[in-house]
Design a protein around this ligand. Structure first.
Ligand SMILES: [Zn+2]
Length: 227
């Protein structure tokens, strides 16, 4: 398998795992940066639960399709903006997950209520529900994101980034799991929010390539053969 095919296969796995977990719905997209200002990204119209390498196209940062069939998602600007602003980022995921989006819809702050969820804390929130479907919105998002690995968009969705698609996938899982736990805890009491010292310790222990790989493997094992 060529390097490009390996990247495509990782994107396919990532999208299928997110769909299977209920984190990604019929929208949502994942990308990997290539050299020369290009990226691999799933087409907007693909069936997320059945996505294949044929649904992954190569585009430039203006959204022109260089290789493959189909159109990139309208929010490709989000990916292009982050890659141009962040030389340290080589993979981006954006979707509209329930629990973290409920928090921003309700105006609730994301709290670090469990260890893995603290890795993305503090989590900036874009003060607009608009799609990131133009350069101006992408700039607003990248300005907000700064050097952080993830952000939420008010009443819209979440974005995670990483050096690899594994990083971005794992952080999105942690973020959404944390948001669900926080929401549940808020129904019966006041959630315990980790202290700065506890967050620092989590970061030291849990921001670890082997543990990220283990999380990825946990979900990819559920996909079974053919994905
Ligand atoms: Zn969106």
């Amino acid at each position: 398998m060529s390097e490009i095919e390996q990247h495509k296969q990782r994107i396919v796995q990532c999208i299928r795992m997110l769909e299977l977990s209920g984190i990604m719905d019929y929208n949502g997209h994942a990308s990997v940066r290539l050299d020369d200002g290009r990226m691999l990204i799933n087409i907007g119209s693909c069936q997320r639960s059945q996505v294949t390498q044929g649904d992954i196209v190569t585009i430039d940062f203006d959204g022109n399709v260089i290789e493959g069939q189909g159109k990139p998602p309208l929010e490709f600007h989000l990916h292009a903006g982050i890659y141009q602003a962040r030389s340290d980022v080589d993979a981006v995921i954006h979707c509209h997950p329930n629990w973290s989006t409920i928090l921003t819809t309700a105006g609730a702050e994301y709290l670090p209520v469990y260890a893995q969820g603290s890795l993305v804390y503090p989590l900036p929130i874009l003060d607009s529900p608009d799609s990131i479907n133009n350069v101006d919105m992408a700039k607003r998002l990248t300005d907000l994101l700064g050097d952080r690995p993830a952000a939420l968009m008010k009443a819209h969705g979440a974005v995670t980034t990483g050096k690899s698609i594994v990083d971005a996938f794992v952080l999105l899982n942690y973020l959404e799991d944390n948001a669900q736990r926080q929401y549940m805890a808020q129904q019966i009491g006041t959630p315990y929010s980790f202290t700065p010292e506890e967050i620092a310790l989590c970061r030291e222990k849990l921001w670890n390539e082997n543990l990220f790989k283990r999380t990825w493997d946990h979900f990819s094992a559920k996909l079974g053969e053919g994905a």
